[in-house]
Design a protein around this ligand. Structure first.
Ligand SMILES: Cc1ncc(COP(=O)(O)O)c(C=O)c1O
Length: 375
């Protein structure tokens, strides 16, 4: 068992698979994903959970969450096709991407997907033409304070312009149905949810004054997982959300609530196993090169995500620059990484690696995307 005490994952359990399949390889624990789903859906009480497929679209992951009763949040035709292959029913699918291709809208609408997000007039026009009468959620711009992977600037609209857009959507005979927001991924500040929910209520009331009755609040994703820094417990964030939502949205049963977590359902269920490929000392700095890097799985490390690392060896730790295998200087995973002396061929276990790793990976430089192995 590793220091992190993950009983499901021990070099004994996975050793044979690693010898057979090679590295890099991603192990995902079904049991941990099940626990994460049950904890989050239990803590969030009345919110329906739609798993954000982008975090890890592995078929077995989708099957597991489907069995557990989750719905799915998708963004593209590719993600829709994946769900169609598994016969996931349309009432279990929503799309909260405010920027959708026409082909995706057409296919999703004809399958019966009935809830799309929008935050621009061009999207209203597209949706009115390709999915007449469909229910819409307006993506509200909210603060991403405390998020380690912010999503704020690319999406969302302010309250005033949001009301106008809802009115325009209604004029086009679409059904303005709710509000959606995202506090940014890996958001460690519970207050950010409070402000976002309060802001949604303002928009909700202004819309009502324009004769638009909304029914649904989608509180998005953003729930944090344990990397190297301490984060609030899900129960703490959920309590804050529940209190705020109940105080202003659901006390009279007015609103349906949904959440669309990605990272929090799969991140801590994953361990990537990598192998040391090379070592070097340059300008007095020690470099350690792994067979996984920012291109073939650890893309989020360029945005500052720092994965906990474990190794089987013990001994005096030194500071390393940890880099990937690509013949490209951008492929640096992290600096100031403390590790004991390792040799070529030693394994490095990259913890909390179930989300946004294989999903983001490319085959740049002919490097392999890690296989995923469910345990
Ligand atoms: C619209 C939407 N919903 C949900 C998520 C999932 O967020 P997280 O993985 O932070 O829970 C994302 C992530 O980018 C998103 O864009």
């Amino acid at each position: 068992m590793l220091k992190s005490g993950q009983a499901w994952f021990s070099p004994q359990v996975i050793g044979e698979i690693v010898d057979r399949e090679g590295t890099p390889i991603l192990f995902l624990s079904k049991e941990v994903m099940r626990q994460k789903y049950e904890t989050l859906s239990g803590e969030l009480g009345e919110a329906k959970i739609y798993y954000a497929l982008k975090a890890n679209p592995h078929l077995e992951v989708v099957k597991l969450f489907h069995e557990l009763g989750a719905g799915f949040e998708i963004s593209s035709l590719g993600e829709l096709n994946l769900l169609l292959d598994l016969s996931i029913p349309p009432d279990k699918i929503i799309s909260s991407n405010p920027v959708k291709s026409e082909a995706f809208i057409e296919a999703a609408y004809s399958y019966g997907v009935g809830l799309f997000a929008f935050d621009s007039y061009t999207e209203v026009e597209k949706l009115a033409c390709l999915s007449p009468g469909v229910r819409l959620c307006l993506r509200l711009a909210v603060s991403n304070e405390g998020s380690e992977w912010p999503l704020a600037s690319k999406f969302g609209i302010d309250i005033e312009r949001g009301v106008e857009l809802l009115v325009q959507a209604k004029r086009k005979e679409l059904k303005p149905y709710g509000i959606t927001f995202h506090v940014g991924s890996q958001c460690t500040n519970p207050k950010t949810w409070i402000e976002a929910i309060q802001k949604s209520k303002l928009l909700w009331e202004l819309a009502e004054r324009e004769g638009i009755k909304l029914h649904l609040l989608n509180i998005g994703g953003g729930f944090p997982i344990q990397y190297t820094k301490p984060v609030p417990q899900i129960s703490e964030i959920a309590q804050v959300i529940n209190r705020t939502v109940r105080g202003i949205f659901t006390e009279d049963g007015e609103a349906e609530i949904i959440a669309e977590p990605g990272r929090a359902l799969v991140g801590e269920a994953g361990v990537l196993v990598a192998t040391v490929l090379a070592k070097a000392v340059r300008q007095g700095q020690r470099w350690l090169y792994l067979d996984i890097g920012v291109f073939n799985g650890l893309m989020e490390s360029i945005g500052g995500i720092k994965y906990p690392l474990e190794v089987a060896k013990e001994g005096q730790a030194s500071s390393y620059i940890l880099a990937g295998p690509a013949c490209d200087s951008f492929d640096v995973i992290s600096t100031g990484v403390e590790l004991p002396e390792l040799e070529i061929g030693d394994k490095v276990y990259i913890m909390s690696a179930g989300a946004y790793t294989t999903a983001y990976a490319s085959q740049f430089n002919g490097l392999p995307i890690p296989h995923t192995y469910l345990i």
